[in-house]
Design a protein around this ligand. Sequence first.
Ligand code: FAD
Length: 420
Amino acid sequence: MSIAVKNTSALKVIVIGGGPSGMMAAISAAKAGAEVLLLERNHRCGEKLLITGGGRCNITNNETDDRKLLLKYKDAKEFLFSAFAQFNVRDTIDFFAALGLEFKEEAGGRMFPATESARSVLEALLHAMEAEHIKIRNDARVTELLTDGHTVTGAVLEDGTTISGDRFIIATGGTSRPETGSSGDGFIWLKSLGHTIHAPNPSLVPVRTLERWTHALLGFAHPEAKVSLLRDGKVATKRTGRILFTHFGLSGPLILNMSKEIWMMQKEDPIIIEIDLFPKLDEGALDREFQSKLAPSQNRMLKNALSEILEPRLAEAVIGKLKLDPAMKVHQLKKEDRKRVVNLLKHIRLTPTGLLGADKAIVTSGGLPLKEVDTRSMRSDRYANLYVTGDVLDIDRPSGGYSLQLCWTTGHVAGTAAAT
Ligand SMILES: Cc1cc2nc3c(=O)[nH]c(=O)nc-3n(C[C@H](O)[C@H](O)[C@H](O)COP(=O)(O)OP(=O)(O)OC[C@H]3O[C@@H](n4cnc5c(N)ncnc54)[C@H](O)[C@@H]3O)c2cc1C
């Protein structure tokens, strides 16, 4: 007969924050033999996880070549190499598949759970934590870390209780969407412990624009637009991708990915965002295409004929912007007005008036610089028993599942290292 004996020599790992990176850290630490306590300030874990990908959770990106994937993390790629050698996209997929999740892939390698529900991802993590006997304390906001020399000795809760442990993992997230619990507490502690914290700036955020005529296009998504940022009328940068018009301005993956650049440039000089809705055709070719498409509709109203060539909301907005008579017959449209339509579709110029701010930010750039972290273990270079994960780290990345992949990778690495 075998008797289960509790491993009394197990290290006690305290994970602060029950977001995706904290939950992954807790699971990995427990699997590596630690006794784990997770402290979460909310009533439950994973509030932000539930709103990821519009509630569908873009769980990772299906780029299984680590070298190519790491290019997405720009300056951080060298630092992250060892972490991804320990836990990469393939490991993420295997990890969740073992918990019963199936996946579907969408444009640009974006991976979603087949359920299309972020809740199923959270449930999988909660089950895994239960299976690993992880203790979770909800409604437990940590207010302070206690130290003795270069060792963290305890985490103080709001009610004054001190939680002691052998290892501590800060997984408190950044400052985006503070109503989900991430209000930057980890940054405050790390700073008071002598670490540098790069000021958080909203990143991957929608952009407000001045011109009202495009606000009427709300909900209109265009899969392949060329967006140029003009400074002094000259193109400073340009990229092509999917954009979304909204009631306040612009959003969609391309705009989110350019938002930090827009914000940085705009701090220095006024800039203009120029959108080309037909980047594959020059003005002459687009005009010829318009002529041939309008040819059979000579006696129809401009509004109706144009609505068959362009998305109806776009047709209406263009007619309004150029002050054309929507009821005029197509044969009454002057050549120069047709060319103005073409010109507008190739050069929609909008003035950015700001970003939507941390309340709408998907990630917050800024945080703890990786050079102050041993990225083979995610351990602080100042405190021997302190680890950091996820959005606490200052890592620039695009949208497309790359943020959550960082959580799975850094969470796994920190959890495993903290347990051993
Ligand atoms: C609207 C939106 C959509 C997104 N969609 C995607 C997507 O589809 N794919 C993708 O890859 N990324 C997406 N992201 C980014 C992704 O959600 C984050 O990168 C990720 O949640 C970061 O995880 P984390 O564990 O580092 O921190 P968080 O998820 O922020 O979790 C931190 C946790 O710590 C807790 N906490 C904070 N302070 C304390 C304290 N003092 N004491 C105790 N607990 C504390 C918080 O309550 C919270 O539960 C999205 C973000 C947003 C805002």
